[in-house]
Design a protein around this ligand. Sequence first.
Ligand code: UDP
Length: 455
Amino acid sequence: MASAHVMILPFPYQGHVTPLMELSHSLVEHGFKITFINTEFNHARVLQALPKEENNLKGIDLVSIPDGLCPSEDRNDLGLLAEGFTKVMPGHLEELIREINKKGEDKIKWLIADQNMAWSFAIAKKMGVRIACFWPASTACLAIIRLIPKLIEDGILDEKGWPRRDEMLQFAPKMPSFPTSQIPWNQIGDPRGQPTIFKLITDNNKYMELAEVTVCNSFYEIESGAYTLFPNLLPIKPLLPDSKFNKPLGLFWPEDSTCLDWLDQQSPKSVVYIAFGSFTKFSEVQFKELAHGLVLTGRPFLWVVRPDFITGLSKEWVDEFLEANKEKCRIVSWAPQQQVLAHESVACFMSHCGWNSTLEGLRNGLPFLCWPYFTDQFLNQSYICNVWRNGLKMEADESGIVSRERVRDRVEELLTHEEIAKKVQELKELAAGNLSIGGTSYQNFKRFVNLMMGE
Ligand code: UDP
């Protein structure tokens, strides 16, 4: 059986690029040739963030197509971005496939695209390219999306995706329950973009039928409820142990690996790791309150503060804070998160509950402090706090702020919580079981590879 040339298309956000890059590395190990498509905007960032020695990604060709936005437009505005790329990307994708195929020997045989980019399946079909769908978030979230027609039929949603009434939803036992107000596509920050996003989601729902297989960024045991609803979905995670994972992941910011040396100097299970993914922003008031709260814990802490995490905070304030707390505090603009979470000094993970972070913390046996921001993060929080029970909510007071005392108390509560400590260990073992021969994800990945190698 011959391995094939595979084209990979992520949704142009960090939390979508990372897991598809991981999948790309695993496919390269099975002899596949990968052409990985970023938007031009992200491509430039990825190249800039790549450490020099890794510029040549063995077996993976990084290519780019435009996203339809001007360089200065805000790509964190989901509605604007979706409007831009749905107009221009289909044409560019078609042209790219044609160009590559024209060269002769290495024709594109498969397209693996993010389900959020399932419009691309129509192009692939037209060009005789076989189609695999990749779902990057929780399978529970995909289940909600697949159930949209039923939710409309049952009068829970209107035709535009807005809830008709307040109620709790739970589709199967062992699935997270959540209020209709937290449906992911209504939680995108700026509601003006919701109609575009909802249309993209419902269109993709239809295009998804063109795929021969859907693989999920998850594993069976933590989402068994969702797989009873959709048994044909193939969960394939984890693919590799985090501690050994040091391949380039298509990051948009350069990693500051010096924090690993700092972690080496801390006691085992002592450090609070705080990271809110690639999107979340904080107000100045909340930022300072969290900073003071972390100091009050008396524990060492490693905090990821992206350059765009907060606006308006004076450099003097940060410098003074760092100077006053230099014994205990380390702030970096972007961490090698998978290696940080696998480090023995880390005690817990204060997280926005993005799905990748959720999985990465879980598989490394870390308890969570949940601080969701938007989209599916509330659903993931519900998994953590209500289904798996491996973490606690942060929760703001009436003023909308999580106070410094709250931060201190929650960290203490989490780190002395015996049931949570037991749960995190169980979940870590379940994840590890999927890495080895006999694990469901291991077998699913083999099935997937065999399908792609076949004629
Ligand atoms: N990440 C990282 N370094 C950081 C913060 C995050 O490498 O300092 C990675 C993290 O490991 C995860 C991804 O960025 O794989 C973020 O994805 P997630 O789904 O957690 O959140 P999103 O950014 O999509 O909100």
